[in-house]
Design a protein around this ligand. Sequence first.
Ligand code: BTN
Length: 325
Amino acid sequence: MSKKFEILRVLKEHRWISGQKLAELLGISRSDVHKHITSLRESGYKITAKRNLGYILKSVPEVKTYRQLEFVMKEFINTISIRHYPMLDSTQTQAKKLADRDLKEWAVVVADVQTSGYGRLKRSWSSGVGGLWFSILLRPEIEPALASSISLVTSLAVVEMLKKTAQINCFLKWPNDVVYIKDTKLYKVAGILTEMSTDVESVRWVVVGCGINVNNKIPQELKEIAISLKSICGKSFSTIELLKGFLMEFKGLYKRFIKEGFCVFKELYNKRCIITGKQVIISNLYGERLLGVACGVNDKGHLILDSNNKKLEVISGDVTIKEIR
Ligand code: BTN
């Protein structure tokens, strides 16, 4: 962590603290403390100084631009960089280009509009103005076989963020959807797409893409299956605030996932997953269909399906719920 953010962390932990104490704690000179405090003030942090008392952090800046968001997030994720574009073909495509250019992990690409946004199985993803469309480049040091459950961890972070930041209760629909229930019908609020490049033993990169319907208009042909946060709540949301909420949530979950694996999220995932205990039909790429009761995900994030009293482990597929209640 840079000294500037260390000062911020110490200020958050204290009421008043002297310049001398700050300098000692951080192993820097008084004049360096002063220099960092000035820089923090320039970034919008209100820091008051008083003789005999030292410094106190009065308030943190409101995050109104992606630049400010990058600055604020650097306190928690030091390699984070946020690249914002008014228009892109796809944030996913752009993040994959950055991955091949050896960029550090936590490069976030965000676009106001995507002209060729895509989802699972290269299905087109409607990405008009007002939505939150972003992709994150990660370089997890884990076995390639474990990396696909990053999708599940991401969707969990979206659900938690929506609860905390927008006060909206959403559910997970395995494998990668975030849904909202309205009049006993399910509507998609967000979708997650994970792509990666691996060799036999290691992961080169993972790009996690996330699309959240925030204030964007849902095209007529999708109105039966998708919904925006704005139409759920009747008010607009700041996409920057939502991205901040997501990153704050995701950084913790991701770090824990890397350390302990998906198994630690299994219980919470199954609790938030709308298909657990329901009769479902799962179809795969080849048009094959499996019918059964979804018993929840296992330690790897695979779905356990009870089909004719046989327990099947399903890795991926499109899920249709036979009955919501
Ligand atoms: C799905 O539900 O199939 C996943 C949809 C993922 C869409 C997001 S929007 C940001 C990122 N850029 C893309 O082109 N796709 C992902």
